[in-house]
Design a protein around this ligand. Structure first.
Ligand code: ATP
Ligand code: MG
Length: 128
């Protein structure tokens, strides 16, 4: 089983009042094995951010599935998605979205504090 399997992903952005529709992803299918590094390349507007937002469970596709270790993350309930992201996913945003009143170290510690890791455990993970 691949670590990540993306099947027939489609994303259509529609404005709230009907209007223009944009097909940002059309039947995207690929898989990633454990330990593999993957880069996504494409011209501006080709759907890279749209795809990454869906893989990071920040947005939902119009159709298709994203299987992370066999679990379809598209189907996770809205109430569970934040905790799922915190426990399973890492994401570096283009504009970082770090908390500027925290040091870099404290930004890294924050999700570990939220899952009540000990200080020793946090230090150990930081120094891996
Ligand atoms: N929230 C949105 N509402 C409507 N259309 C959108 C939205 N976000 C992106 N789009 C459209 O979807 C298409 C894909 O955009 P996307 O931002 O995923 O491309 P990209 O590959 O990340 O581009 P860039 O290299 O400029 O970052 C574009 O046509 C864009 O205008
Ligand atoms: Mg982008």
């Amino acid at each position: 089983m691949p670590l990540l399997a993306v099947n027939n992903l489609k994303k259509i952005y529609a404005s709230r009042f009907g209007g223009n529709q944009v097909q940002a992803l059309s039947n995207v299918t690929f898989s990633v094995e454990k330990g593999e590094y993957v880069a996504i390349m494409g011209e501006s507007g080709s759907g890279k951010t749209t795809l990454l937002n869906i893989l990071a469970a920040l947005d939902k596709p119009t159709s298709g599935e994203v299987l992370l270790q066999g679990k379809n993350i598209v189907a996770i309930k809205e109430s569970e998605i934040t905790v799922f992201r915190r426990d399973n996913l890492g994401f570096v945003f283009q504009d970082f979205n770090l908390l500027d009143t925290f040091s870099i170290k404290d930004n890294i510690f924050l999700p570990l504090v939220l899952i009540r890791k000990s200080y020793e455990e946090m230090e150990k993970r930081l120094n891996l």
